[in-house]
Design a protein around this ligand. Structure first.
Ligand code: HSE
Length: 432
């Protein structure tokens, strides 16, 4: 057992950072035994130095993050400040000064992971980021290491707790979107500005990271098709229930059937109640991985919060420290397949479309003809006249699998029909 401690610099001391510092102190003996050397908090960079931080020696607090990462005695930098800059410069500077890095920064990894990987490799250091996707759920390491000998074909997950909470309330309590969002805000799930969650940006960043690792190629945030949940209505949930489904915001990363490209997308979708993801309630996350040899695997747990995220950070910290003592590094970037990311139009899936139509002879045939012209095969149709007898009806069409581009063409043509008063909703159907 080495007695000289490994030195850790912490960038950020908010909900996650303070929990990392606390566990490093309270579990110091266990961490020492597991690593083979003590780990010591050597500095904590914060924006507000005056704030009282229980359990942290005030002498360790600094506002000069750059000076901290430039110290040559630091073995590991833990970055939990988030955002693109200054995080990116601080991380690359840390590598240049000989430290390995543990990061929880999904936005930066999704936007410019390549720069971080390249800097880590150039300086022979580790870059670990289990906490960047789905909080405490072990997902990055299983994909990077446990499944390194397999071929992952699909990753399908609920990776945003706030939107899962909102959709769950809409489903189980019959709440409208605004009411469910208010409840999520009151309970502290949704932030004052909920855009990143409800518009799917947070989930899209996670999808980019997962797709890149799963398919050994580079996938950036811009490559991910993104739709949020702000337009999901109580009527959509009711329609889903009638089909034996529920609605989830899904991150879906797929290898094309011919194996020559991949897709990554985030959007609300109906999934059958029999699918394991349908039973993921409240703010929990779950990710379903399909691999050629392993088959179907599911990872489930708390996807956010101080303690769960700190758990993932500390797991990485132990791994990085062990590598350091062994004079080794863990896995770096694996992007050798160079598979291109196809546009959303190439995605093949099923669709649930609700139309408001004129209730008169020939309308159903006219609508069906538009689907046929675009090569989209209909699975089921349900029509319901309005009780007020206003000459209009609701028509719900569920298709067989079709290309997204063909479906978009169909919807565009339907909107031009005089007999179609409006397209009430379009939702993809997944997980069958
Ligand atoms: N805001 C995210 C969520 C957690 O609701 O899941 C951080 O990624």
């Amino acid at each position: 057992m080495r007695t000289r401690p490994l030195k850790v610099a912490l960038l950020g001391c908010g909900v996650v950072g303070s929990e990392v510092a606390r566990i490093m102190t309270t579990h110091a003996d266990d961490l020492t035994a597991r690593i083979g050397a003590p780990v010591e908090l050597a500095g904590v960079a914060v924006r507000r130095p005056g704030k009282v931080r229980e359990g942290i020696d005030p002498a360790l607090i600094t506002t000069d993050a750059t000076a901290l990462v430039e110290r040559d005695d630091i073995d590991v930098v833990v970055e939990v400040i988030g955002g693109i800059e200054p995080a990116r410069t601080l991380i690359t500077t840390a590598f240049a000064h000989g430290a390995s890095v543990v990061s929880a920064n999904k936005a930066l990894l999704a936007e410019d992971g390549a720069t971080l990987y390249e800097a880590a490799e150039r300086h022979g250091r580790d870059l670990y980021f289990e906490a960047a996707v789905a909080g405490a759920i072990p997902l990055i390491r299983p994909l990077r290491e446990s499944l390194a000998g397999d071929t992952v074909n699909r990753v399908l997950g609920i990776v945003n707790g706030t939107t899962n909470f909102i959709l769950d309330r809409m489903d189980t309590a019959g709440a409208g979107y605004s009411e469910a969002l208010d409840e999520a805000t009151a309970l502290g799930y949704a932030e004052a500005d909920p855009t990143a969650d409800v518009e799917g940006f947070d989930a899209a960043a996670k999808a980019a990271i997962l797709a890149g690792i799963a398919f050994h190629t580079r996938v950036r945030l811009d490559d991910v098709h993104r739709e949020g949940i702000t337009e999901v209505t109580s009527a959509d949930l009711a329609s889903a229930q009638r089909m034996g489904c529920t609605v989830k915001l899904l991150a879906i990363c797929e290898r094309a059937a011919d194996g020559r490209s991949v897709t990554a997308r985030v959007h609300p979708a109906m999934i059958p109640l029999s699918h394991p993801l349908a039973s993921v309630r409240e703010a929990y996350n779950a990710v379903f991985v399909e691999a050629a040899a392993a088959g179907q695997l599911m990872f489930y747990g708390p996807g956010a919060g101080g303690s769960p995220t700190a758990s993932a950070v500390l797991g990485d910290l132990v791994a990085v420290c062990r590598n350091k003592l062994a004079g080794a590094t863990g896995p770096g970037e694996s992007a050798y397949t160079r598979l291109p990311v196809s546009p959303m139009g190439d995605v093949v899936t099923r669709y649930h479309i609700s139309l408001d139509v004129a209730d008169k002879p020939g309308v159903l045939a006219q609508v069906a003809a538009v689907f046929a012209e675009h090569g989209v095969s209909i699975d089921t149709v349900r029509q319901k006249g309005r009780p007020d007898g206003d000459g209009e009806a609701s028509l719900v069409v569920v298709t067989h699998r079709a290309r997204d581009a063909a479906l978009s063409g169909t919807v565009e043509a339907l909107r031009k029909l005089d007999t179609v008063r409006g397209v009430a909703s379009i939702m993809r159907v997944e997980g069958e």
